[in-house]
Design a protein around this ligand. Sequence first.
Ligand code: EPU
Length: 358
Amino acid sequence: MIAIKENISLQKDNTLHLDVKTRFFTEVHSLNDIVDVTNISRFKNTPILILGGGANILFTKNYDGLVIKNSLKGKKIIKENNNYVIIEIRSGEDWPELVAYTVENNWVGIENLAYIPGTVGASPVQNIGAYGQSLEDTFVSLEAIELSSGKIKVFAKEDCEFKYRDSIFKSELKDKYFIISIRLKLSKHFKSVDSSYHSRYESLEEELKSFAKPPFTLKNVYEAIIRIRQKKLPDINKVGTIGSTFANPFINKKQLLELQKKFPDIQFYPVDKMKYPSINNPNLQGADIVKIPAGWLLEEAGWKNKRIGNIGTHPDHALCVIAYKGATPEEFYSFTENMRRDFKEKYKIDLEYEVNII
Ligand code: EPU
């Protein structure tokens, strides 16, 4: 029978290293373990939280429920030919290690998602994305177990209802299913690099040119992405962080025109994916709703490299909030709520959390 512990600290299990406790805690290593958990009748009415790497969770207080730590490991090839490979990866595998493994094998499709902390099981929940790639681009299906019944179900891509940083597992089916594994279809042919990503301060193209010569390879792209991220995002092994704390907001054209009066250069993107078209893309100018970079506006509002007590924003990225040693959950939440309030006051735009608030 699976061991259930009581009153356990989650400090090692969240990347902010906040010292919060959970009432009950268990760790699953196999499908049997999950079935065991779903069969425990005393937990039928207890809130359940599935924890991967804890890289996208903001605990605001102790958790009065059962935390299930996901340690399901393993990956295998389901289908392979000269053009592509379909791989199945268990949900407790480390995402950055998976990306490294695919690049090592010269499989194309998730290289831009390098250096995103967390587990494989969390990747479809929020449809992770960066530098023009999203998980949905290579996603085939996933297998999950319904916690209330113990039944296994396969979700095809359409069933997952992927949107920008969102899926059915973040809304309607939140905490109802345990994702066992995901399948990805990766190409064996690296065509050319989409190096259109450019921020206010740097570009993927320039980064590539700084250490490699065209035509760039898959490994070059992987390395360039890691270099860009290392420059402006903190090292998760050194400081407490959850990456982008807020999602980039959607605004309408009228609001965009208003913002452009003050910030003529502000970037804006299509709503659906993280694509980086040129700023003057006519299709975008015509769009009714666009996505804008919260980090940019937060910097303009003075939130870059700002520190209050044990909480602060990154010196090079205002969207990235850091918990320093001794930080409490209450302190962190109050800091981020302050950011939201100020944003609303200055821009009349709501800033929504990208991370899960518990
Ligand atoms: N910017 C500033 N000041 C800042 C931060 C950003 O001016 O303090 C500017 C940048 O220079 C750039 C624009 O705002 O021109 C957008 O910033 P960036 O390119 O860094 O991307 P982002 O919109 O902040 C999103 C994702 C990231 C992902 C990057 C790269 C969200 C919420 N975040 O960030 O994902 O890595 O694009 O594609 O969608 C994450 O979700 O944890 C995450 C890191």
